[in-house]
Every structure is written in C-alpha cells, then in structure tokens.
Design a protein around this ligand. Structure first.
Ligand code: PLP
Length: 379
C-alpha cells in the first residue's frame, strides 16, 4: 500500500539537500568547534556559516542566533532566560493556545493566560490589559500549530515596547511557511525548530535580539556566547542552515504551491462532506494547514480509518496524542469538547501532490460516511 503523509506540522522528513549537506559533516568534520587545531577550526567554520544562513532567513545578525536542541529548548530558554536574567522571579503574559513548550514553562512561575477568540486570534489589547509592573516577558506564538492562525506579532511588539517588556514569539510553525523578519516583527526573542523545516529532530535555534538580557538555562562551557553551554551540534546546525537556505531560495514558490493544494483540499471537503467546518476560518493562516470539524465523528476513529487507507493526519498536537483529552487549542478557540474531538488537522508539505489531495478527499468521503452510519447520535 502507498502511504501519504499529511502531518507536516508534527514533523517533516529530512530534505535531500539537507542530508547531503550534513552527512559529510558527520563523517569528516568531527572536530570540536572549540578546539584550536585544524579539525576544530573546520567545524567552527561550518558552524559559523550555518549561523549566518539561519540569521539571514530571519533578517538577524549571526551573533543573535543561539543554536539549541529544538523548539522546546528555544522556548524554555527564552522564557526562563529572560525571567532569570531580570530577577529571581517575575510574571509572564502568554495565551491559552500556546504549545506545551511555553505553557508548561510558564506554569513554573507567576503568569497570566490571555484568551484567544473564536477564530484563533489573540487580541493585542487583551495582552496590554494583562501586563503588570512586574511582567518580565510576553510570549505569543507566531503561528498556531493546530489551526495555523497567524498572530499580530508586530502589533503586540509595539505594546511590549511601550511597556519596556521583551516579546518572545514561538515561530516554530511559522518559519518556512511565511516570510519572517525579526526586525519587522519587533520581537526580542524568536524560537524555531529544525524538524519542522526539513532538518532532523534535535536541533533548533533561538533568536536573541542584541542587548536582550538573558541567562543561560544550562551551565558549563562558554559556548554560544555563554547563552547555551554544551559542545555544539555542528551537523545539526549545518542541517538547519541548509534548510534555512532552501527556504530563502524556494520557500515562496513552494508555499504558493502548498496553499493551492490546501485550498483544494479544504474546499473539496466542505463541498462534498456535509456538516463540516473549518476551525480558524476567516483568520490569516499559514499556507499548509487546515483544521476541519466533522460533526458526528470521533477524530481518532477517523484518523485510524484514514491510516488504514494509507493517509497520515492528526487529531491534535502530536505531543499530546495518546492522551484522551481534547486539544487545548480547539477548546481555547471556543469549541465544545465534542466538537474538538471531531476535528482533524491536515498539514501539507513538500511531498504532497494534487493527486494525493484528491485521493485523500475520496478516502475522507468514504470514511466519514461509514463512521456516521455507525454513530447513533448523528441524525
Ligand atoms: N512550538 C510549537 C508551536 C510546535 O509546534 C512545536 C512542536 O510541535 C514546538 C514548539 C516544539 O518543538 P520541538 O519539537 O523542536 O521541541
């Protein structure tokens, strides 16, 4: 059976050009980038080149990029790093529909969760209203991982600047999908993850604007300008750099292609399957994501039915799958528990074609009709 992958917000395959760039680094460039001999200096050069490529993608300076083990570490470093950098404790303002990497971090300290609206959008004025004199950092995701909505980060940054509070944005689901300029966004901190953009799992980066006071979370050597101790993952950084370079060269065209496929998928579902609705409809969204509610359907049952037909989709954030709880994101945008448990996320990527989209629609038409026949509550 052929299998088709529609779960790119969970993770992406390593792209061929990324593998090609990182393989020789793993086998030949094995020096420690801190060593002063030839082996070390070769690794250092590769690391510096990768840092420059990541910085270019974000419109940042290379010294503002801190390589991390991924998005989770970048989010943690942003939040804990700023709070610890300012005082022993502090208040954080964030939103109800952030990724657990942010929500579980702020749960360790005094924080306010600002609600989002029914379209999956954050109201900048609500952020302003949640600020307190002791607020040390604001954290608002750039694009939501489940519904794909793009937040008004530049507007929130202006509010943050007026209040003199650094703004962190979790850009894990935005990078590679929309153009990013940290200067235009006005953020002090910005997190990204390699495995969402064709690099392997276990590498990411945090942009830290020059002058932002940040304490490390890990102590050890003086790596990454004393912001993240630990021998550098040169191959991972090279992979991230190559992925960033590819996005710079091809991202715009690829995103246009994926937007057309996503729109075709979404429209076909709405046209052909009754009682379906797009979660986050009407809000600006990243081009690869659609999250659709199928009334009368249990999303896990539909996920399994599709998997048996060879299609991989998601019924919630990957990190929380296996947990019986409905998606906190869908609850946050106002869905009932039942509605949240009837919703499926489709996230497209480079490998998807128009033929795959059309085949997925056929599989959905069949599976939804079959499951609805079995659902006594669905009239
Ligand atoms: N933030 C968002 C919005 C994500 O979607 C993810 C991954 O699902 C993360 C952070 C965590 O990134 P990583 O898997 O690299 O730790």
């Amino acid at each position: 059976m052929q299998r088709f992958y529609f779960d790119h917000n969970a993770t992406t395959p390593v792209a061929p050009e990324v593998l090609e760039a990182m393989l020789p680094v793993m086998t030949e460039v094995y020096g420690n980038a801190s060593s002063i001999h030839h082996f070390g200096q070769t690794a250092r050069q590769r690391l510096d080149a990768a840092r420059k490529l990541v910085a270019e993608l974000l419109g940042a300076e290379p010294q503002e990029i801190v390589f991390t083990s991924g998005g989770t570490e970048a989010d943690n470093l942003a939040i804990f790093g700023v709070v610890l950098g300012n005082a022993r404790c502090g208040h954080v303002v964030t939103t109800t529909f952030e990724h657990p990497a942010v929500l579980a971090s702020v749960a360790q300290m005094d924080h306010t969760l600002v609600p989002v609206d029914g379209r999956g959008m954050v109201d900048p004025d609500a952020i302003r209203g949640a600020l307190r004199p002791e607020t040390k950092v604001i954290s608002v995701m750039h694009a939501n991982n489940e519904v794909g909505t793009i937040q008004p980060i530049a507007e929130i940054a202006r509010i943050a600047a007026e209040a003199g509070i650094p703004l962190h944005s979790d850009g894990v689901q935005a990078v590679g999908k929309i153009p990013i300029s940290v200067a235009d966004l006005g953020v002090a901190l910005y997190a990204l993850s390699g495995h969402k953009i064709g690099a392997p799992k276990g590498v990411g980066a945090l942009y830290v604007r020059k002058g932002t006071s940040l304490k490390p979370m890990m102590y050890g050597g003086r790596h990454e300008r004393e912001r993240r101790a630990g021998t550098e993952n040169v191959a991972g950084a090279v992979a991230l750099g190559r992925a960033a370079e590819w996005i710079g060269d091809h991202g715009e065209a690829e995103n246009r292609r994926q937007a057309a496929l996503r729109d075709r998928l979404e429209q076909s579902i709405l046209d052909r399957i009754p009682d379906t609705r797009v979660n986050g409809a009407g809000a600006p969204r990243v081009p690869n994501t659609t999250n659709i509610r199928f009334d009368g359907i249990d999303s896990d049952a539909l996920l399994i039915a599709l998997d048996l037909k060879g299609f991989a989709v998601s019924s919630g954030a990957a990190c929380s799958s296996g947990a019986p709880e409905p998606s906190h994101v869908l609850l946050a945008i106002g869905l009932s528990r039942l509605e949240a448990r009837s919703s499926i996320r489709f996230s497209l990527g480079r490998s998807n074609t128009i033929e795959q989209v059309d085949a997925l629609v056929e599989a959905l038409v069949d599976s939804v009709a079959h499951l609805r026949k079995l659902a006594p509550a669905y009239a």
